[in-house]
Ligand binder design. Structure first.
Ligand code: HEM
Ligand SMILES: *[C@@H]1O[C@H](CO)[C@@H](O)[C@H](O)[C@H]1NC(C)=O
Ligand SMILES: *[C@@H]1O[C@H](CO)[C@@H](O)[C@H](O)[C@H]1NC(C)=O
Ligand SMILES: *[C@@H]1O[C@H](CO)[C@@H](O)[C@H](O)[C@H]1NC(C)=O
Length: 328
């Protein structure tokens, strides 16, 4: 083989591999509904923005819903299914009891079913609503969503506990879980930045205030002591199961880089947040994400990768008519 030919072959091989990498969403595409439901994207945005305009706090639950959907059985809207007489669904698992935004998804679905019945999947709606809820603050989308996901027909409560990370996870545990979804340390750092918006219940972190030893006492020494006092005034005891607070106080409605600033001030709320500082690669990425330009440029690609996880396409699954129940 002459040098020119082998150069050509190698270049072609590299290009092909590169393209495969880029098209990792498989058959998902941006204009999937162009012919079957041309107004789909406008409708989703309109209904989402209507809800967020009425109540700015619904943006965060919609973003989180996409994460909880994708990490359990892939982005197939299994998170939306209600339990039945014979099956406990994901929704009823402990980590999912604090999810929200289901009413918004139902409202979007109703509007879409009116215009183009049986066309737009609930899984795509969840992915779009996550994007649009964040977009409201800026009146522009921060990332593009690839579409064509189909809805699953299975949802099991037990699958949540092994696929949704608890706030107590350390770096190794987070890294392995994300890797099992095809996501790397960079994605972990960037997607954790979603905690720049939204609220947490005291029970998700109060062990760091009152029970760090596991013996009913003790405070996490990695937590900023002044911030710990603030948190203890909000969360008065381990038995408080109702109080919620902004994970990124005073900025919890703003999708910005303040989450990373808090991390560096030892004000990360969950051990899983703090964990990002315990690994060299992750720590260096945290420093990069302090800059809005970097965070915004990175968030889209990472959440798009999350939005590809184990998607159903083609003739797999179904297009649910009602996002809460499988078609009969
Ligand atoms: C890295 C591992 C993660 C852990 C351990 C984790 C854990 C948690 C916990 C414990 C809460 C508070 C629940 C409550 O007490 O009400 C929460 C809230 C939230 N999470 Fe995560 N999360 C992680 C990653 C993500 C990702 C990847 C996203 C989205 C891309 C996300 C988005 C959110 C949002 C927006 C909220 C606020 C929800 C609201 O205001 O209702 N999280 N997370
Ligand atoms: C993380 O947690 C796992 C499971 O509890 C433990 O085996 C491991 O040693 C921990 N890793 C670090 C770095 O603390
Ligand atoms: C403190 O933490 C330990 C270990 O996680 C747990 O078993 C125990 O029930 C907690 N104590 C209280 C009072 O919640
Ligand atoms: C969808 O299903 C749920 C659960 O069965 C039901 O409560 C709701 O009314 C249904 N929505 C529509 C639009 O039919």
């Amino acid at each position: 083989m002459n040098a020119k030919l082998s150069f050509f072959l190698i270049t072609t091989a590299i290009l092909a591999l590169g393209l495969l990498g880029v098209c990792h969403g498989g058959p998902l595409k941006q204009n999937y509904y162009k012919h079957t439901c041309p107004q789909a994207l406008k409708i989703v945005r309109k209904v989402t923005w209507k809800h967020v305009a009425q109540d700015l706090t619904v943006a965060a639950p919609l973003l989180r819903l996409h994460f909880h959907d994708c990490f359990v059985r892939g982005c197939d809207a299994s998170v939306l299914l209600e339990s039945t007489a014979s099956n406990k669904a994901e929704k009823d698992a402990f980590p999912d009891l604090t999810l929200g935004g289901f009413d918004v998804i139902a409202d979007i679905k109703a509007a879409l079913e009116k215009k183009c019945p049986g066309v737009v999947s609930c899984a795509d709606i969840v992915a779009l609503a996550a994007r649009d809820s964040v977009a409201f603050q800026y009146k522009r989308s921060l990332w593009k969503v690839l579409l064509g996901r189909r809805d699953g027909t299975v949802s099991h409560m037990q699958e949540v506990l092994v696929n949704i990370p608890p706030p107590s996870f350390n770096f190794t545990q987070l890294k392995h879980l994300f890797a099992s979804k095809g996501l790397n340390v960079h994605d972990l750092v960037v997607l954790s930045g979603a905690h720049t918006i939204g609220d947490s219940h005291c029970f998700s972190f109060d062990n760091r205030l009152y029970n760090f030893t596991g013996k009913g006492y003790g405070q996490d020494p990695t937590l900023n002591p002044i911030y710990a006092e603030y948190l203890k005034r909000k969360c008065k005891s381990l038995s408080d199961v109702t109080t919620t607070l902004g994970m990124d106080p005073r900025s919890s409605l703003s999708f910005d880089t303040h989450y990373y600033k808090m991390l560096l001030q030892k004000k990360g709320l969950f051990q899983s947040d703090v964990a990002l500082l315990t690994d060299k690669e992750a720590y260096e990425d945290v420093l990069k994400m302090l800059y809005t330009r970097n965070f915004f440029a990175a968030f889209g690609p990472s959440i798009r990768r999350m939005g590809y996880v184990q998607v159903l396409t083609g003739t797999e699954g179904e297009i649910r008519r009602n996002c809460s129940v499988v078609n009969s």
